[in-house]
Design a protein around this ligand. Structure first.
Ligand code: SR1
Ligand code: MG
Length: 397
């Protein structure tokens, strides 16, 4: 992988992406290259460049100097491309099997060139289609445990850890999360977006001081707890998968934050999909939540015992304390994710595609109840089985 700092930024076009791939000699000389811009996310351009004869392909991802979902009125740092490249490289040190290969990056052009994963499907879309993705949670549990443990103070020298924290200072993207996940949905803010029928439920959230106190504490953790290199946006739209393989993409929100944030976003997005389904089809998602946590605990504990560098990792009870704090925080962060995906700026197709409209509204009301309950009951929900029972109880009320 080579990294470059070219002098001028300009957004690529499809022909520009082909010219770049040729200049970098990423394909055979004289190959006939085709290119489509396929980005459907909120922020970036994504070009797929393919050799028409061999069918070999690559992805050229380029950050725009603004948030694509809103337009040029929302300027956004290009530095997120550097963060994404370096996060992918760092994660590949521990779990190369779960991240795309990076071939090239250019900080000034804000591009990352990587493996094309279109043999797989975005897991949100697959889950909406009713696919089970049976290995998804086993892989994600291992991804979480290894990327988070091996970038934390439990595993790395404190000087090196501080240099990593510095490398991954990501204020603009963190600010998006601070606003869109932790702040705006809990106040009458103009970024919020919800159906008029949810007005009363939303008003109840805005008036709920006990809920807001807990959200304030979670936001404070997100702002200050530099525990490990978190992915920072680990929803099911950031995961490619099929029945055998899983790849985590898009770590442009990566920074040193609370381990429970990544775990909670995974829980929250599995739950959003669960409640979008009829009750008889929800089981697989609860199993995914349980498996994610159980594999996370197993792999994190193994790494702690074998590779713990911090002297206190040898003290009885410390691992259990850390794990229970991660779980508690994950429950709260999951609640915030569920609420913001229901009434905030960035929605999810799991809820927005529910038909008919009346059913969509009642499931969104349920989402708001579940989200609020998780946030207010973080301390009483002690493990994945209780988590499942708690949610099922709320679903059946
Ligand atoms: C303006 S960005 C909106 C959302 O898209 C990203 O994927 C993050 O989830 C962010 O909150
Ligand atoms: Mg993304």
């Amino acid at each position: 992988m080579s990294t470059k700092k070219s002098s001028v930024y300009e957004p690529l076009t499809e022909s520009g992406a082909i010219a770049l791939a040729k200049r970098l000699q990423l394909f055979e000389e004289n190959s006939n290259l085709l290119c489509n811009e396929i980005g459907d996310g909120n922020l970036n351009l994504v070009f797929k460049v393919k050799d028409s004869k061999t069918e070999e392909s690559i992805i050229i991802k380029q950050a725009l100097p603004y948030a694509k979902v809103v337009g040029e009125s929302w300027p956004l740092t290009l530095d997120r491309a550097r963060i994404e490249t370096h996060a992918l490289l760092k994660q590949a040190e521990f779990v190369p099997q779960y991240v795309p290969k990076v071939f090239y990056s250019d900080e000034k052009l804000a591009i990352t060139i990587m493996e094309d994963l279109s043999r797989l499907q975005i897991s949100r879309a697959a889950l909406i289609e009713g696919k089970d993705l049976l290995l998804l949670s086993k892989h994600i549990g291992e991804f979480l445990a290894k990327t988070l443990f091996y970038t934390s103070d439990y595993a790395v020298n404190q000087h090196y850890k501080k240099s990593l924290v510095k490398q991954f200072i990501n204020p603009d993207l963190c600010k998006i999360t601070e606003d869109l996940v932790f702040t705006d949905p809990f106040f009458d803010h103009d970024t919020n977006d919800f159906e008029p029928e949810l007005g009363q439920d939303v008003e109840q959230i805005w008036q709920d001081q006990a809920l807001k106190l807990e959200v304030a504490k979670l936001k404070q953790k997100f702002l200050t707890k530099a525990e490990a290199l978190v992915h920072g946006d680990l929803h099911t739209g950031s995961i490619f998968a099929d029945d055998k393989e899983t790849k985590v993409i898009d770590p442009e929100f990566a920074y040193f934050g609370p381990i429970g944030f990544d775990v909670g976003q995974v829980f929250g997005n599995f739950l959003l999909n669960a409640i979008s389904r009829d009750v008889e089809n929800q089981g697989v998602l609860f199993t995914h939540i349980e498996t994610t946590w159980n594999v996370f605990v197993e792999e994190f504990s193994k790494a702690w015992k074998n590779d713990g560098l911090e002297i206190f990792t040898k003290v009885d009870g410390y691992l259990e304390h850390v794990l229970s704090e991660i779980f508690e925080e994950a429950v709260g962060f999951a609640g915030c994710e569920i609420i913001r995906r229901t009434i905030g700026l960035a929605h999810v197709a799991d809820l927005d595609s529910i038909q008919p409209y009346e059913k969509r509204i009642s499931i969104k009301q349920l989402a708001l109840t579940i989200g609020s309950e998780l946030i207010k009951n973080q301390k009483t929900i002690k493990g994945p089985t209780q988590f499942k029972d708690y949610v099922k109880q709320t679903v059946n009320q």
